[in-house]
Write a protein that binds this ligand. Sequence first.
Ligand code: PMT
Length: 409
Amino acid sequence: MEIKNKKILLIIGGGISAYKSLDLIRLLKKNNIQIKTILTQSGKKFVTPLSLASLSNSKAYEDIFDVNNETEIDHISLSRWADIIVVVPTTANLMSRLCSGKADDLATTVILASNKDTILIPAMNVRMWLHKATQRNKKTLLDFGYKFLGPENGEMACGEFGEGKMSSPRQIYTFLNNYFKNKNIVKKKKISALVTTGPTREYLDPVRFISNESSGKQGYEVAIALKKLGVKTTLIAGPSKINFSKDINVINVVSGEEMMNEVKNLLPVNIAVCAAAVSDFKPKVKIKSKFKKKERNLNNLYLEKNPDILEYLGKHNRLRPKILVGFSAETEKLIENSKKKIKEKYCDLIIANDVSKKDIGFNVDYNKVSIIDKKGRVENIPKNKKSFIADRIAKKIIDKFLIDDKNIN
Ligand code: PMT
């Protein structure tokens, strides 16, 4: 079974349903899953560190400032160790703290530092769950990329009935099993992708060129995110200062024409993501030796259009990637102009980002994007690290790929 041998970090929150975490651990252990636990201060009121340690065969981590634990395994290592983080139960209070990005105990610090999916399993009184504040927090947490399981309808510990009951250990186990099964589908299907990134340089003479501010970060992060999901990914990168990880297959290019040629060489692929800021124009002629202003007539410098890679892929009759994703860099009318691009360039999704701001877009670590589909539906991803944005984009692409794939088995 796919879930076998996976590593799950369970965070035990402070609610009466915390007792169910013990059954969950037993069920997961029976299926050969490795477990580490973090017990919050309020969780400790409902279950003991000893019971967690006995069932999981591993000590329950409690304190971010515990020197012994920190030297043994720190909060970063804990979040990197896990394949997935599961919070049972997730209380209204914990939801609110996660919303504001608090890192004031081990649980919140690990979640904030994590590069893995976090599954929130809420349990609370029905009125608390339906309260506008909690529902607003849920929306924010979904925007941040957290996933929710439950709550279920039923009778709660307080005696009231309604939505608020924590999902059962069996339901949680089934959810996790499907989660890992879907990841394996991607691997089994041997999906391939190409991602373009970075600027291009269009040389006028040996030392001068037309280019732009793109650093290549956003496209690189998309390639990493697709690779993490099990997609065989090749990154075609224009000139960039990034120290690319050896895990990613990178083809370095300089000009738009070279980028186009490498894209053509890689076809067919299942997925193509064009995040590169290809220069729209290039000098018609590249002068062989350094251009001397006295010798040359400036009026003889002509520009011509570069080939449009995204459009080429979109219009390809035989080898069009199944999922074609463009980026759209705009300084005004972001959504309106990006919706036009999706039609003009025949792509399935377009990732719109505003490049007029200093803190997002070109050459910074953060971005804020809107994912737009062919039907004009818009999903906004608030400002976040480019790696986080890339995870969301990659997930969307794979979901779309799997839904569109008729041969899924
Ligand atoms: O590299 P970073 O510093 O991390 O910055 C990220 C980014 C802002 C460059 C990135 O998020 C982004 O927006 N990339 C697309 C930039 C761009 O050229 O946008 P555009 O709206 O001009 O082009 C639309 C689409 O056509 C893009 O997918 C582009 O890759 C593609 N295109 C454009 C021209 C061309 N000749 N060939 C293309 O494939």
